[in-house]
Every structure is written in structure tokens, then in C-alpha cells.
Design a protein around this ligand. Structure first.
Ligand SMILES: N[C@H](CCC[C@H](N)C(=O)O)C(=O)O
Length: 275
């Protein structure tokens, strides 16, 4: 029997598994079955927490989308990891350092009950996103179904494409998201963000996630929108990003600097399942 927790960050929901006390390996097919919202547990991502693989790190953090594929990063999931390892007694620390396939992140459980995450330095070079474009631009362009779209692109460890729209409520998230998430411009696919600039320090955002579809929130998507918002629209260093599931606080001092995200992480239930 496998024990797990169901958690969420602003409605972006996860199955969280302690891979430190339990030896576990998932096939893509098992992940898809567990993620099924009618016949399984149901989640946007499965988060697997493993013992550290290098010194000065508390845990290794692996992320699998509902389609079964392993990906590089998950911001809402990182906050849930911090709450999970404390609540399950895997650590007594309030500051937790985790490694992912792309780097190192510092998590901190704050007195106000929120969790802050140091998301590292956003990567803007096309080859690091990755994006098939010769040079780094503030605005990229793509034509889909005869319609031309301008976008910004950045990696938070995982690839993000961010379009600016007049009104997120009427944005054609599913159709454009489907068309762009596996576009040849993005050799490893991309998460597609639809950003409405409300104020210099306020964004409304919806995200069509790679391997999942539209989610109620996307932490790395919120980070990506704050970066593109700052580069394209001269937004403030500190930005509140409002997603359908709630809002996140993003703080990015600018190019080459580390980005900080702060937001909630909720436990829903604990359970056991026969794989
Ligand atoms: N929901 C996650 C993002 C998962 C990204 C995943 N869909 C990908 O393929 O990169 C977050 O809060 O950052």
C-alpha cells in the first residue's frame, strides 16, 4: 500500500508522495491512472519527494504532469512540499533546501502561514527556454490558424510562453493553449500564459499548462508573467498575480536576479492506495 497526501496551491492540485520513507517507482501509465479524476485520485501533478542526492540539500523534488511525463519545475508544488515534509515529520526545519532536475530552491514556511520560494534566476536566452529563435527578443511572434500572436518567453526551469491579452475572462485559452503548447517553436513544449495587465503591480493570469491543460493556478506561470510583464510593460519589482484559484506575490528585481514567490499551500487529505 502506498501512502500519499492530496494537497493544493490555489486549486493547482497534487498527489504528494514521501519517497524517502517509501521506495517507489511510477510508470507513465500508473501516473496517468492515478491522475484520472474519475477513476483515480485526480491531480494536475504528482510530486515525489526523495532523499537528497547531494550535500547541503534536504530533499530531491521530482514532478510528473498528469500525462505521466516528468518535468523540471512546479512552483505551487514546491510550497506544498515544504508544508508536507514538516507535517509528516520528515524535517523540523522552517528553511528547506531542495534540488530539482534543473537546480536548487530554498523554501521557507513563514509565520503568516504562507510559504516563500526562491525560484532562482529566470532564464531568457532562447537556447535555455528552449525556444527555436535565433536571438533573444522582448517580443517573439508566431502565427497560428492564420492569426499572428506576440509573446514573451522565459524558463523558470520549465518553459513558459506568455501572451498579453485585454481581458483574461474572454481569452481563448483552450484553443490557443492547445495550438501553442506543442508548437515546433518549443522543442520541449511550453506552458502558455494569458496575462492581463491591471496595474503596474497587478496581473490577472490564466495558464494552459503543458501536459495538463488549463489549471486553477500555476506558480511558475505567475513567475513567468511577472518577468515578461516587467520586460515588456515595465511592471514593478513586486507584483500580485491573480489566477482563477487565488493570488501569489512575486518579487523580481530584474534581469540576472533571483525571483521570489510567496503563497499558500493546503493539505486536503491523506490516503493509501494499492498500485
Ligand atoms: N503547476 C506548476 C507548473 C507545472 C508545470 C508543468 N505543467 C510543466 O509541464 O512545466 C506550477 O505551479 O509551477
Amino acid at each position: 500500500m502506498l501512502s500519499f497526501a492530496k494537497m493544493h496551491g490555489l486549486g493547482n492540485d497534487f498527489m504528494v508522495v514521501d519517497g524517502v520513507s517509501q521506495q517507489i517507482y511510477f510508470t507513465e501509465g500508473q501516473i496517468r491512472k492515478l491522475g484520472d479524476r474519475h477513476r483515480g485520485i485526480g491531480f494536475d501533478q504528482l510530486l515525489l519527494i526523495e532523499a537528497p542526492q547531494q550535500p547541503d540539500v534536504d530533499f530531491h523534488y521530482r514532478i510528473f504532469n498528469a500525462d505521466g511525463k516528468e518535468v523540471e519545475q512546479c512552483g505551487n508544488g514546491a510550497r506544498c512540499l515544504a508544508r508536507f515534509v514538516r507535517q509528516m515529520g520528515l524535517t523540523w526545519k522552517h528553511k528547506i533546501r531542495v534540488s530539482t532536475m534543473k537546480g536548487i530552491m530554498d523554501l521557507q514556511i513563514l509565520r503568516n502561514g504562507l510559504v516563500s520560494v526562491d525560484m532562482g534566476v529566470p532564464m531568457l536566452e532562447p537556447e535555455k527556454i528552449p525556444l527555436r529563435y535565433a536571438n533573444q527578443e522582448t517580443h517573439y511572434q508566431v502565427t497560428v490558424d492564420g492569426i499572428s500572436h506576440q509573446f514573451g518567453a522565459v524558463s523558470m526551469g520549465n518553459p513558459h510562453c506568455v501572451l498579453t491579452v485585454d481581458d483574461v475572462k474572454t481569452a481563448n485559452v483552450d484553443a490557443i493553449g492547445q495550438a501553442l503548447t506543442q508548437h515546433t517553436l518549443f522543442p520541449e513544449g511550453a506552458n502558455i500564459g494569458f496575462m492581463q495587465i491591471v496595474e503596474r503591480d497587478e496581473i490577472r493570469l490564466r495558464v494552459f499548462e503543458r501536459g495538463v491543460g488549463e489549471t486553477q493556478a500555476c506558480g511558475t506561470g505567475a513567475c513567468a508573467s511577472a518577468v515578461i510583464g516587467r520586460l515588456q510593460h515595465q511592471m514593478s519589482q513586486k507584483v500580485r498575480v491573480y489566477l482563477p484559484g487565488g493570488h501569489l506575490h512575486i518579487d523580481w528585481p530584474g534581469d540576472g536576479q533571483r525571483l521570489k514567490m510567496m503563497g499558500p499551500a493546503e493539505f486536503v487529505f491523506q490516503g493509501f492506495i494499492e498500485l
